[in-house]
Design a protein around this ligand. Structure first.
Ligand code: G3P
Length: 297
């Protein structure tokens, strides 16, 4: 599995790159906004173009840059502009296009897909963003996207908030319990179980049959494998190391992971405790070995 870092913060990118496990970077307008705020508060006056060039140079792997328009014509024009401006820096630019740019009912829903098709035809690699359903991922692959990014964390947020489940931003969502409740509810309706859940009986515990973000990834992988589709799946909107493990077990191509979650992946209390103990147990005779590094015995 490849690991991308989900940030536009050059300090985080540079540090993570030095760890030797980062294969690419994904950005979006919100991450750029955060980076710009950090630069401003540090009094750094680097311009946007120079800053993005720095990001492209810092990584030997794909760097996703997002467009801002909503019509297919705007998306294609902006994608070409970004690609022409930055791809020559390190030959690693991928353009992020929202799968559907509609912001309300009635807006045209196929502008993203049309833009993906046009860009794929021109050989510009596209990372399809804001993917919340497997059918969106299917359409993006049909249009020729190089990547799709299902948003795990945001699907979990959506399902949990509809169910009134309170949670922290980075908490893992275990949908096993909601599935159990739903199953009970179904049996109750069939008269097998006495009434236990009251008004919850009408609640939908899933998002169109998807119970959490992990399952969204699973569904997309299943479809792509069934038709041997070449589009790579990037697990995105990742909030914790548990999600990374689950998508890695499924064989997802890539996970794009925030800096803090990559750090969480390497950490464990017992590893720290073990380090303290090993360090404490170094006897003098063993310690001396390391002082003789230049000398042959
Ligand atoms: O890669 C997509 C990501 O940046 C969105 O993450 O945590 O804002 O849902 P999040």
């Amino acid at each position: 599995m490849k690991i991308f870092i989900d940030t536009a913060d050059i300090d985080e990118i540079t540090e993570a790159q030095q760890w030797g496990i980062v294969d690419g970077v994904t950005t979006n307008p919100s991450l750029i906004k955060k980076a710009v705020e950090k630069l401003k508060s540090a009094g750094d006056t680097i311009g946007m173009e120079a800053y993005i060039r720095k990001i492209c140079k810092a990584v030997d792997g794909p760097v996703s840059l997002e467009v801002k328009g909503t019509t297919a014509t705007e998306l294609v024009k902006e994608a070409e502009l970004l690609y022409n401006k930055f791809n020559h820096v390190n030959n690693n630019v991928v353009i992020k296009i929202p799968v559907n740019t509609a912001m309300k009912t009635g807006d045209e829903p196929f502008e993203g897909i049309k833009a993906i098709k046009a860009l794929a035809t021109r050989g510009i690699p596209v990372n399809t963003t804001l993917v919340m359903t497997a059918t969106q991922a299917l359409l993006a692959a049909k249009a020729g996207a190089a990547y799709v990014s299902p948003f795990l964390g945001r699907i979990d947020d959506y399902i949990r908030s509809r169910l009134g489940i309170s949670h922290g931003k980075m908490d893992f969502f275990d949908s096993t319990i909601t599935r159990l409740i739903e199953e009970e509810k179904r049996r109750e309706k069939e008269g097998e179980v006495s009434s236990r859940y009251g008004e919850m009986a009408e609640v939908d515990y899933s998002d169109g049959g998807i119970y959490d973000g992990i399952e969204l990834v699973e569904s997309i992988l299943k479809i792509y494998r069934a038709y041997d589709m070449k589009t790579k799946v990037i697990a995105a909107s990742v909030r914790n190391a548990h999600q990374v493990r689950r998508v890695a077990e499924m064989g997802v191509d890539i996970a794009t992971i925030p800096f803090a979650v990559i750090k969480e992946m390497v950490s464990h209390y017992k590893t720290e405790e073990g380090m303290r103990k090993f360090t404490e147990d170094v006897v003098e005779e063993y310690r001396q070995l390391f002082e003789d590094t230049g000398r042959q015995q």
